[in-house]
Design a protein around this ligand. Structure first.
Ligand SMILES: Cc1ncc(COP(=O)(O)O)c(C=O)c1O
Length: 413
């Protein structure tokens, strides 16, 4: 049930229901950290501009809030995968240059053109975009995408000349404007690999072919977070940064702090239960874990329905400044930590204590990287999968008032 629905049937006010949900469990997003990270990339990329990639609800951080923070900190562009994501930003009043790059024949190109959303075009989309432009009596803004080696979207180099020719014909007819040329990298997170060199040289070739065809772009772009950080020769006019603006490291073996980044998301809750158990107590479905001595079990009310990977037994949870591994199977709604033998006083101190699944890692606390290691995945997936059942709350949100006003330090409920 949504907060609105609960309020409608008189269970409580929307604000009070939302507030208690946030206090129980939440993903707290520090927008000051987002602004700091964006400023870092603005500095690194200059004179190239920064596109803040806010697809997938800003990797789980909240697209509208992150978009506003990123623009405030100097990002010039926003990027999303789906046109529907772009339209949601426009509906929230975000009017910055905005590119959407992943479409199907059901994508709403008409609404994109009407809303001034730039559209990535790899081939077949060109006709759909032109039809939308005709209908809207407004030129579409397109970025032509070339596949330089990733093997996903993008026009092959073999078909590139043909796509350029068609696009230029439509541009001459006033139906579109080729705003950009772009591509995407496959292995930039592994800087020692040589395929990035191959992709960059093919990209330069594709740009030269476009120039020969008379294309005069505003922006040429290929870099993602790891390339922005490690390959200045990939910056061109614009870098598309996702992971980095959330403060996470794309490199194995380099922490956020080492890259000068601040993780923006903290996932926290309150212990649901804390109880003394005998030696040999089995824990959770399957009874795969048994206590080795008389001990204390803490129940953490987050599970795979909240986005905790079920496979990530051993992942860290911090309670009262101490980090404990999750023991036994992670269930839909809950997971268990073994707090060890505790005095009654220590146990009393843990009842209802805050439990942090991951945060900014300050003081050695658990991080999204730790959970990625426990789950055998990457930090992108850990933050992006935190589910809508975990309410987002925001700290250090800038007030909507004119620039120069003070900063709000409150959680938005
Ligand atoms: C086309 C495109 N550009 C840029 C990005 C941002 O990548 P990153 O999060 O590594 O910065 C993505 C994300 O996967 C993407 O799909």
């Amino acid at each position: 049930m949504t907060y609105e629905a609960a309020a409608d049937i008189g269970i409580g006010s929307r604000a009070s229901i939302a507030k208690s949900a946030v206090l129980e469990r939440s993903a707290v997003i520090d927008l000051d950290a987002v602004r700091h990270n964006v400023r870092q990339f603005v500095g690194i990329a200059s004179p190239a501009a920064v596109m803040a990639v806010v697809k997938a609800d800003a990797y789980g951080h909240g697209a509208v809030q992150v978009a506003r923070a990123a623009l405030d900190a100097g990002a010039a562009w926003l990027g999303v995968a789906h046109i529907s994501e772009a339209l949601a930003l426009r509906a929230a009043g975000v009017d910055a240059p905005l590119l959407a790059w992943l479409h199907t024949r059901e994508s709403n190109f008409q609404a994109a053109v009407a809303a001034g959303v730039d559209v990535g075009v790899s081939g077949w989309e060109l006709e759909a975009v032109v039809a939308a432009a005709r209908e809207q009596e407004r030129p579409a803004r397109v970025h032509l995408k070339v596949d330089t080696g990733l093997g996903r979207n993008g026009c092959t180099i073999a078909d590139w000349d043909q796509l350029l020719g068609q696009a230029m014909e439509y541009q001459d007819q006033g139906l579109l404007r080729v705003v950009g040329i772009f591509s995407h990298l496959a292995v930039a997170d592994e800087p020692q690999r040589t395929e990035t060199d191959d992709q960059l040289s093919l990209f330069r070739e594709a740009i030269a072919m476009a120039e020969d065809a008379g294309v005069d772009t505003e922006v040429r772009h290929i870099a993602n977070t790891p390339a922005a950080l490690s390959r200045p020769d990939s910056h061109f006019d614009l870098v598309r940064v996702g992971l980095g603006i959330y403060g996470l490291s794309p490199f194995e073996g380099a922490t956020s702090a080492e890259l000068g980044l601040r993780p923006a998301m903290t996932v926290r809750t309150l212990l649901s239960n804390c109880k003394k158990v005998p030696q040999g107590q089995g824990v959770s479905y399957g009874l795969n874990y048994h206590t080795s001595e008389e001990s204390t079990l803490g129940l953490v009310p987050l599970g795979y329905a909240d986005g905790v990977p079920r496979i990530a037994t051993g992942g860290p949870v911090q309670v009262n400044g101490v980090t404990y591994p999750v023991v036994g199977r992670i269930a839909m709604d809950q997971m268990v930590i073994d707090l060890g033998p505790l005095s009654p006083e220590a146990m009393a101190g843990l009842k209802g204590a805050e439990a942090v699944m991951f945060g900014n890692g300050a003081g050695g606390g658990p991080t999204a990287d730790d959970w990625a290691a426990a789950a055998g995945t990457n930090n992108y997936e850990i933050v992006t999968r935190i589910s809508p059942r975990v309410p987002r709350s925001y700290v250090n949100e800038l007030p909507e008032a004119p620039a120069g006003a003070g900063r709000a330090e409150t959680a938005a409920l």
